[in-house]
Ligand binder design. Structure first.
Ligand code: VGL
Ligand code: ZN
Length: 211
């Protein structure tokens, strides 16, 4: 794959303890992607990491909604939302990057989901679809036109970030073997793939870039 490295950014999504085995919102085999993520972050000239970073009480936590079970869908402000176990609480060990993630290559860390009443799956916009994280401005400021994404989880934060990247006009790729899904509710992965394909997001393998 021909990448113009001067105009491409690698974005590692939420490679944090809580999304890895043993964490509060563990993604099956989540930590297995880390060696590939490390190779990718070192390969690119511009690498950025995101960090899910919630206040102790957060609208996305099942514990904030009386009677709601984690991984179920409930209506919040007229919108259907999956609610989660408490995870990635600001300053907690679960919110830390996984110890195997090499941090040196990242020149920017974007923290998201920091507002108590608003979740943010995407690295670009919070879930209201309009509150910016600032990442788009940062990338545009560098003249970046291509975004390559990997991380956790494939069917949530990677997916929503890829979708926004494509919407913002970036050539967008998701590295499938350097991402792992939550897989809930059933069909979430297939739906994410279908949606990304309809937006011309390329779903690629790490070998397409690294070989
Ligand atoms: C994520 C659910 C809740 C993710 C974050 O990083 O994919 N998923 N918060
Ligand atoms: Zn979260």
């Amino acid at each position: 794959m021909k990448l113009e490295l001067d105009r491409s950014a690698f974005i590692a999504i939420d490679v944090q303890n809580d999304f890895c085995p043993g964490g509060a919102l563990a993604v099956k085999d989540g930590a297995d992607i880390i060696p590939l993520v490390n190779k990718l972050s070192a390969f690119f000239k511009y690498s950025i990491a995101t960090q899910d970073w919630h206040p102790q009480t957060h609208v996305s936590f099942a514990s904030s909604h009386l009677g709601a079970n984690a991984y179920s869908s409930i209506i919040i402000n007229g919108q259907e939302n999956v609610v989660w176990p408490d995870h990635c609480v600001q300053g907690s060990r679960g919110a830390d990057f996984h110890p195997s993630l090499r941090m040196e290559p990242y020149r920017l860390v974007i923290r998201k989901g920091t507002r108590p009443e608003l979740d943010s799956y995407s690295a670009f916009y919070e879930n209201d679809g309009k509150t910016a994280t600032g990442l788009d401005g940062y990338l545009k400021g560098l003249g970046i036109n291509t975004v390559v994404l990997a991380g956790l989880a494939f069917d949530y934060c990677v997916f929503f970030s890829a979708r926004d990247a494509a919407r913002l006009g970036y050539k967008t790729m998701v590295v499938e073997d350097a991402s792992k899904p939550v897989g809930s509710p059933p069909g979430s992965v297939e739906e994410a793939v279908k949606d990304m394909q309809s937006r011309a997001v390329a779903i690629i393998k790490s070998g397409d870039i690294l070989s």
